[in-house]
Design a protein around this ligand. Structure first.
Ligand code: ATP
Length: 321
């Protein structure tokens, strides 16, 4: 288990992580979400002892790694897939990591096979694509067979096949009882991978919640209905106090009344329904609602309206929310 207590990191006048408390429990995949500059990488670096907290503590299974090299048997981490000497082969990179941690050569072959890099094991890492470098980084995480694994943006650069592979891998690692913390900006992927979420914004914890609860909490209580006679159904619903908005394709968007009540009213009044379903928010919608105030680096609306081909697209600029 990873446990942070009042964890704080300041760089000069900038507070990157602002007194956060959380636990990352074994047996599930915990997603770590937040806008650019929110403090995710800084938190991960403090977990690994690579950055020293300004205040507070963070431990892995009760151990504090500040100032120490964490043993690969305890913790595996993929922080920056490109941080490998480009002149080395994949095999030599993993072998030197293994040797420093008392891990035998046979294990290097096993993890290379596991990540699909056996055929390029003796090629220079400098010639690897980003996706191949990510796979090598993941091999490094698996090398010591640790109980705790951290992945910072692991699907970056992976093709759809690779994304599916890493999703399945993380879920199986968690199912084996490991603690798995993974950061990503890909909401659709997180929705399929994570069981639990930590959401951070401007260094503060915005949510520490099961994924399903976050989505339920941010879902509008809205029901979409399609009926053979939408005009008569609208009148019947409004007569009992429901709010009904009629969309351009004739779908009724109903609030103030649940799908059970609508179904029962329809049956009682002889309506033919073609569709009746609760509208739930996607993780992306829930995330935007949660982090809207915490986005520090935002593309101006004018740039978005100008479109991707415009020469006038400015770089993202810092705005204060
Ligand atoms: N070594 C450093 N020196 C000064 N400021 C830093 C340093 N490292 C991080 N920061 C600042 O701390 C804040 C948090 O950065 P961090 O990299 O942890 O965010 P993040 O959530 O990982 O962002 P991203 O999603 O863009 O990777 C940012 O404002 C960043 O500029």
């Amino acid at each position: 288990m990873i446990e942070a207590k009042a964890l704080t990191k300041r760089y000069g006048g900038k507070t990157a992580v602002d007194g956060i408390d959380f636990q990352v429990r074994p047996g599930s995949v915990t997603g770590f979400l937040g806008p650019n500059g929110a403090g995710k990488s800084t938190t991960m670096r403090m977990i690994l002892g690579l950055d020293l907290p300004t205040a507070g503590t963070v431990t892995v299974d009760g151990r504090d790694y500040r100032g120490k090299v964490w043993p690969l048997h305890d913790v595996g981490a993929l922080l920056d897939a490109r941080a490998v000497h480009p002149g080395r082969s994949a095999y030599n990179h993993l072998h030197s990591l293994a040797a420093a941690n008392g891990i035998g050569r046979a294990r290097v072959d096993v993890v290379l096979e596991q990540v699909g890099l056996t055929s390029v094991a003796h090629k220079r890492v400098g010639g690897f694509s980003l996706g191949m470098a990510q796979r090598l980084g993941i091999a490094g995480v698996l090398l010591g067979n640790p109980g705790t694994m951290l992945f910072d943006e692991p699907v970056n650069g992976l093709d759809p096949d690779g994304i599916l592979w890493i999703r399945t891998l993380m879920r199986s690692l968690a199912a084996e009882g490991r603690t798995v913390l993974v950061s990503s900006h890909l909401m659709s992927e997180m929705a399929l991978t994570a069981d639990h979420l930590l959401v951070i914004g401007r260094g503060r914890l915005l949510a520490d919640t099961p994924l399903s609860e976050l989505i339920a909490r941010h879902s509008a209580e809205r029901v979409e209905v399609r009926a053979a006679d939408p005009r008569r159904l609208t009148a019947d619903l409004r007569a009992v106090g429901a709010r009904v908005a009629v969309e351009s394709d004739g779908t009724l968007a109903v609030t103030g009344m649940g799908s059970v009540g609508i179904g029962e009213l329809a049956a009682a009044r002889g309506h033919v329904l073609h569709q009746l379903h609760d509208v739930t928010a996607s993780l992306e919608q829930a995330y935007f609602r949660l982090t809207g105030e915490s986005v520090e680096y935002r593309t101006p609306v004018s740039a978005l309206e100008a479109g991707p081909t415009s020469k006038a697209v400015p770089k993202p600029e810092a705005v204060s929310a």
